[in-house]
Design a binder for this molecule. Sequence first.
Ligand code: ARG
Length: 377
Amino acid sequence: MKDPSAPCPAGESGAAACPHAGAGFDHARRWDAAEAAAFSKRGDPGAPPLGLADACRMAWREAVRCIGRLHWRSLQVVDARSLEDADSVYDACIGHLRGATRDGRIVPMQTVFAPWRGPEGGIRIWNHQLLRYAGYRSPDGSVLGDPQNVDFTRLVRSLGWSPPAVPGSFDLLPLVIQAGGKLVVRELPREVVLEVRLAHPDYPWFEKLGLRWHAVPAISDMMLVTGDEVFPCAPFNGWYMGTEIGARNLGDAGRYNLLPEVAEKLGLDRVRDRLWKDRALLVINEAVLHSFERDGVKVVDHHQASREFLTHCDREHEAGREVQAEWSWIVPPVSASATGVFHRLYPLRPRLPNLLLQVEAWNTREGAGLLKRFANR
Ligand code: ARG
């Protein structure tokens, strides 16, 4: 494979001339807030601090794994920095979902809670996303629901959450919020969660598989690092690219693993049809795009997303910046070489502001303490 870290042939000058602080840091590891705060000193100490909305928009613009960055200027930012207790954080998350969903006309949005001030009293949302489906492991090792969330589901159960009387494949997990030295578990109100039932335009049986997905991808466990401050709780969302659901969430063997079942329904011979997985993938992805469109829920296909990303690269180049990107994340998981983003390389020297992975909340000292105090009561 191509070396994704090789410099972009068209943009060798950009990275070196980067005016941002901390250029080239390791974006792939999980940061600890204290460490990020120490590291997050901007290049030019005389520069006035960025406004919050600008910092958030720039962080999106610099997010090396995101193909959707053309739209960075449209990010709506909610300033929730003054909120302190878990109840108001919960309310703000609900407000975020309402504001972002808009009946399917998804609005890219970020809600920013108080900055990191020290090892105690920090605000964190423990969920990976505001909306996620539970995963239950049976004694025989099989999983009902989303295998990715099995450990987290076990954790929320230890905090007192009970699954529905009849557990299903798409049970929404409650929010787990850490604030003001407390840890609270709160169910999401049904009416703020828009979901799309999946059907296929040509295959009536598809609907009967009972598949669905939530309309809004809202990452809630990443850290916003502006260069002046660190925000361990700053959930954000865009809209989905169809393949995230149709190829990865539903298709991955370690996720819903639906390729064998769909191939079966399509009447494919899994021994002789060597491309049965490819056919099944295509059908699931058609169903996702079709169903989102049917319900008026914004979604982008990977071909359009690829074109938009290349437009973004051009615009950034004109603005004197070279887009930093992680090739293996930008290139779509299906039909890769049929998209333009496949056929070039990108420099990868991430810069601030940015959105970084952080140590899981329950693995921080404060989080581990809270878990002990609040679990199994
Ligand atoms: N891939 C993740 C998911 O399927 C979401 C990541 C963010 N995606 C986005 N379109 N903003 O849930």
